[in-house]
Design a protein around this ligand. Sequence first.
Ligand code: PGA
Length: 237
Amino acid sequence: MNPLVVANWKMNPSSLAEAKDLFGAIEKGVSDINNTEVVICPPFPYVSEMQNIKRKIKIGSQNCFWEDNGAFTGEISPKMLKDLGIEYVIVGHSERRKYLQETDEMINKKIRAALYANLKPILCIGESAEEKEGGRTKDVILAQLRQDLDGISEALIIAYEPVWAVGTGMACVVSDAKEANLFLRDNTQNSILLYGGSVNGQNAKGYIADAGFQGLLVGGSSLYEEEFLKIIKSVDL
Ligand code: PGA
């Protein structure tokens, strides 16, 4: 399978002009990339503009709700995303679990709704620093898988993102990432596994070539075109 590299821009950059510049520069940089699927998940207000200028890059959403429409102020449905030509949606990111109190039950509903709308959900799971120190990594990710995927039999995209590695500059060592990869492989069926958490141009390749992941979920480094292109080029087959 060709590597899948997903950029999660989070709540950045702070203007449409900057988003267009960054997107345009990345699009230009991937013109000679043929074997890696590149997806950018911009903040929602920029999505339509990015849709207009995209060529090779696919667009994803950072979140969705679980109903098609109705009185849910501020929410966006999977059906609306699909209608805009969006293919991917990140679900259950650790920042949403932390700041928006998103629960596994809500995440389960979102994944079901996204699959129903024919979107490709990217489920984020991973342990906290405390859980890692307590030797509970496998228990935690297994519990998340069981609850988030309860009643769901489709293979999907799962991003292993240790919470302590997200946005901290402390990427997971390859041997630990490999162990998590094997564990996820044993406990999911045919899912595409991504690694995320402080990925940069230096460490990206190791997660694919040595730890066995099929792709990456990149936050901070995806806001710097040179660094992001370095990541893509280092994993492109
Ligand atoms: P990071 O974020 O690359 O900045 O650690 C990853 C993510 O939030 O998906």
